[in-house]
Design a protein around this ligand. Structure first.
Ligand SMILES: [Zn+2]
Length: 130
């Protein structure tokens, strides 16, 4: 990968702490050493995504909590600064992440996921699933 590509790749994956990328590298090493190829990994991911998609279709759709101010697609709310893998270098407690791969807008919040969901009146009973 050329330096310019590395920069673009890191920009795209900036919400993932390097620890997460290292986890992926370890995963990649383990499976390729066992004889699997990157194509097998892609195939596995596509199969898993299809399974998850099928399960999601069984559940009622979750309401969109926030629309991206940049592209108007839905944003996902994630916890940050909860462990070594989610450090942002500031005092943010959560982040809105645009789900549009071409946008990837990120908005850091000083309020926690629970506080935001509570305000929105959509606090989930299972705190571990967010
Ligand atoms: Zn967006």
């Amino acid at each position: 990968m050329k330096p310019k590509e590395i920069k673009r790749f890191e920009q795209l994956t900036r919400v993932y702490h390097f620890g997460k990328i290292q986890d992926f590298m370890t995963f990649y090493d383990v499976v390729t050493r066992a004889g699997y190829t990157i194509t097998d990994i892609e195939d596995y991911i596509e199969t898993k995504k299809a399974t998850i998609q099928a399960k999601l279709l069984e559940k009622p759709a979750r309401p969109v909590l926030k629309e991206c101010p940049e592209c108007q697609k839905s944003m996902s709310l994630l916890r940050v600064n909860i462990d070594s893998a989610t450090q942002t270098g500031d005092s943010s407690k959560s982040v809105w992440l645009c789900m549009n791969q071409d946008c990837m807008n990120t908005i850091y919040n000083t309020e926690s996921v629970e506080e935001i969901l509570m305000k929105a009146g959509k606090h989930k009973e299972n705190k571990n699933s967010a």
